[in-house]
Design a protein around this ligand. Sequence first.
Ligand code: ADE
Ligand code: ZN
Length: 336
Amino acid sequence: MSETELKYLIEQLPKAELHLHLEGSFEPELMFEIAKRNQLKIKFESVEEVKEAYKFNNLQEFLDIYYEGAGVLLKEQDFFDLTWAYLTKVHSQNVVHVEVFFDPQTHTERGVPFETVLLGIYKALEKGQHDLNISFCLIMSYLRHLSEESAFKTLEQSLAFKDLIDGIGLDSSEVGNPPEKFEKVFKASAEAGYKLCAHAGEEGPASYIWGALDLLKVDRIDHGNRCLEDEALVERLAEEQMPLTLCPLSNLELKVIDRLEDYPLREMMKKGLLVTLNSDDPSYFGGYMNENFIQTALAIKLSRDEIITLAKNAFDASWLTEEEKLKRKEEIDEMR
Ligand code: ADE
Ligand code: ZN
């Protein structure tokens, strides 16, 4: 397959994105616009200066800038605009289903009401479903650098809007904040009816993935790269067909990997893992879904069949009904 054919295939494929932080899709242009209308100053003078600052040596260096950027979001309209910008962008890339994270505590800690955040996001997702035909799930993530008590407070705040939220995630600074810190609040979240996923094994060790499985009882692992260090864990993940939401450009930008050419994606597929490709924080890491697919496919020379398998995996790994999964996979087969 030529490079042109590969790009065409990836652009045409109907795709699902399962690992996307809405706050991480905040493009500098929109950040300046919202800061201006909220009469807030950001520490950068121009869009170019912002982009220049997006050079990270690890997860924490990124998170510091990510939380600062999110600090200009105050009103329901701001959260709507953020979400709508993401949806229109991925619509142009043929993404037909999204399961997106938001971090309520990033905003409630600054005094923005939970309801303001949630309704802004939800109204944009509904409009995306209606106008762009993008189906969605919404995932509320607890920040792992904060206490379990704070996560419990967030769970409580969410209950009035339970019908609008599908699942719980766990993100932010991984190392030093192991899954066991959140065991009780994940149990309570499951009892409230939420599905569960957690970032694990991005920078943290394989033992955090075991913890996410056995203590948090997740339905999906976000990242999970470091499972490869533990043969028994890989076997368990493969046997259970536990989805892993990989984010290649994020891993590259946060120095989880040195080169995309070394991305162990094929090795993971050969071991029978249910892996998917996602963008994580596209405005910070230089690429949405198609860029993640294309750059990875070129770097490790993915075949047409491997690319199609990855696109199908995302529907299998999603929280769509079995019927919807089948329908989406049939649409892919019809492209051949
Ligand atoms: N929050 C936003 N992006 C994240 C990532 N890649 N890991 C952990 N927390 C995050
Ligand atoms: Zn993430």
